[in-house]
Design a protein around this ligand. Sequence first.
Ligand SMILES: CCC1=C(C)/C(=C/C2=NC(=C\c3[nH]c(/C=C4\NC(=O)[C@H](C)[C@H]4CC)c(C)c3CCC(=O)O)/C(CCC(=O)O)=C2C)NC1=O
Length: 169
Amino acid sequence: MRDVITNLIKNYDGIGRYLDRNAMDSLKSYFETGTARVVAATTINANAASIVKQGGLQLFEEVPELLRPGGYAYTTRRYAACLRDMDYYLRYASYALVAGNTDVLDERVLQGLRETYNSLGVPIAPTVRGIQIMKDMVKNMVKEAGIEDTSFIDQPFDHMTRELSEQDI
Ligand SMILES: CCC1=C(C)/C(=C/C2=NC(=C\c3[nH]c(/C=C4\NC(=O)[C@H](C)[C@H]4CC)c(C)c3CCC(=O)O)/C(CCC(=O)O)=C2C)NC1=O
């Protein structure tokens, strides 16, 4: 599991080089967004239950067939599994935001996930939509908390949706 700093060190040590200007630029931009990253993690932590609940409600409003017989959130068990998955995506996104790196997502969340979903028949498209809905909610909340540039929040959510949607070659 890596963050911006350990990732840089690993890359530079791999080629036996001192940290150069490019490395310094990427460190600087990480430190400059440091406070904002902490605000984002704090905001997610304080609102996680409601983000998952409201995000789920919005998803089921947009894709109501999920809740109908034959849909993948039909039955209490599946409904609960779906919201639990949404909670996983949100929690791991908060870790990745603090790390400034998506490694934790690859290691803990995405590995084998698409295969699992495919074998269970869980549809990817509405899952991707659920992740994007939560991203927008988090960005709005963090903006309200006084952070002007919330673009750094895109990274972990977009990484998960990109990896989930990727087609087999
Ligand atoms: C921390 C990393 C991690 C992830 C990400 C994870 C996901 C995950 N989601 C699962 C199931 C599931 N996931 C969903 C999800 C959904 N249903 C919908 O309609 C929506 C499209 C979507 C919610 C947005 C459903 C319905 C199941 C149960 C499928 C079944 O058993 O029929 C399963 C199968 C085993 C189980 O039911 O627990 C896994 C492994 N598990 C993990 O340990």
